[in-house]
Design a protein around this ligand. Structure first.
Ligand code: DNO
Length: 393
């Protein structure tokens, strides 16, 4: 697979020069300055593309061309937003950037309660604690009916936490769940926004009455609308699975398991409609057998995210080392290297280590942690390629 890296543009402290030195071949990025829903012009795309190419690299994947909320909940602006999306896609196609990662998660993209969960060795990683998440839902967001979404054990922990939690810890929880992780990925809430909780509540309100089936209908509508552009320019759309892969905050989530993915691939049965195989998101759900899913969906995968999680009691989960955990990355590398060696792959979410914590990187997107993970995955690919050569000779 092609070794790619998520890079956040010219202001990223991790420079393209640094990436060349660690063996990166392709770049995964977006026009981060363009507000959601606006057209990506050919000029702006080419400008960034040429910059990347001037370092001997390639712009391999767009992550993400965000799908606006009004497309997901089918608001009155939907048609115009879809037209803009198609125009951005066409411009990307004209520029030759042909793989586009997006997600269809309502309101909130990936969710963690702790961005620097300490490990014994002094490094840290992202972490999801169900009781702290439930605390946010019940005591900060005060969402009506939220109690029925959690187990009695988790609800008891919420009450315990309520006795001891400080105001600063509450702010930190808000920051981790709806500000820091969202700011750089979907733009719904950004760092510096005043009253993020009330912005968040008004976004949630847009989904009242939208159940799973309705959201699926809206996804199908969107995909059918963009497929002709994808066909014309040879573009591949690849949906990112929901992270975590279960319903949250009363919102439907529809890319969480084998059946969901089967539905979305067959609802719009076109090879340009595919998947970002994110082993990390999928492995955070105990219901997912990630290796079997890779075997099943390799042919419709256009982009691979390699990371791994371990699921703990209560539905908590932690990002594991790339060598361990439920993601079984060795097996995945074997599957993808054998049947889709052309695919772009990036390691996802590294640990924060060796001074990364002082650099202000986006959470999960450290330099040393991701470099270590890339070295590990690169080693796996070398072994698999060697095995394949030996079988042939
Ligand atoms: C998190 C990322 C996701 C992903 C989007 C794609 O670290 O994997 O935010 O980029 O969901 O649209």
């Amino acid at each position: 697979m092609e070794k790619t890296w998520r890079w956040f543009g010219r202001n990223d402290k991790i420079t393209l020069d640094m990436l060349r030195q660690i063996g990166v071949e392709g770049i995964v990025t977006a026009l981060h300055d363009v507000p959601n829903g606006e057209v990506w012009t050919l000029e702006a795309i080419n400008d960034l593309k040429e910059y990347i190419e001037s370092y001997g690299l390639r712009w391999s994947v767009v992550e993400s061309l965000p799908v606006c909320e009004a497309i997901k909940y089918a608001g009155p602006e939907r048609e115009q937003l879809i037209e803009n999306y198609k125009e951005s896609l066409a411009n990307l196609g004209r520029a030759g950037v042909k793989t586009v990662c997006y997600n269809f998660m309502p309101v909130i993209d990936w969710i963690r309660t702790d961005l620097y969960h300490p490990w014994e060795d002094g490094s840290s990683s992202l972490y999801f604690d169900m009781a702290r998440f439930a605390y946010f839902d019940l005591k900060i967001l005060c969402r009506a009916g939220a109690e029925s979404d959690y187990s009695p054990e988790v609800l008891a922990k919420v009450e315990e936490l309520d006795e001891t939690i400080t105001e600063a810890e509450k702010d930190d929880l808000i920051d981790s769940i709806i500000v820091k992780t969202q700011g750089f990925v979907n733009g719904n809430i950004k760092e510096g926004d005043q009253a993020p909780v009330s912005i968040f509540r008004s976004l949630l309100a847009k989904y009242e009455g939208i159940d799973r089936e309705q959201l699926q209908e809206n996804m199908k509508y969107f995909l059918n609308a963009v497929m002709p552009v994808c066909e014309e320019y040879g573009m591949n759309m690849c949906v990112h699975p929901d992270d975590p892969p279960f319903q949250v905050l009363g919102l439907p989530r529809i890319v969480t398991c084998k059946e969901d993915i089967e539905w979305m691939l067959s609802a719009v049965d076109n090879p340009h409609n595919g998947l970002t195989f994110c082993a990390g998101s999928l492995s955070a759900g105990e219901h997912n057998d990630v290796v079997r899913m890779a075997e099943r969906f390799a042919s419709r995968t256009h982009f691979v995210h390699l990371r791994s999680c371990n699921v703990l009691p209560d539905g908590n989960f932690i990002e594991a080392s790339h060598l361990e955990g439920r993601g079984h990355l060795v097996d995945l590398v074997r599957i993808f290297e054998r049947c889709r060696p052309d695919l772009p792959m990036r390691v996802d979410h590294g640990r924060t280590m060796l001074g990364d914590e002082k650099m202000g990187y986006n959470p999960g997107y450290s330099f040393h942690g991701r470099m270590l993970a890339l070295g590990q995955v690169d080693g796996m690919m070398a072994v698999v390629r060697d095995e394949m050569k030996n079988v042939r000779s």
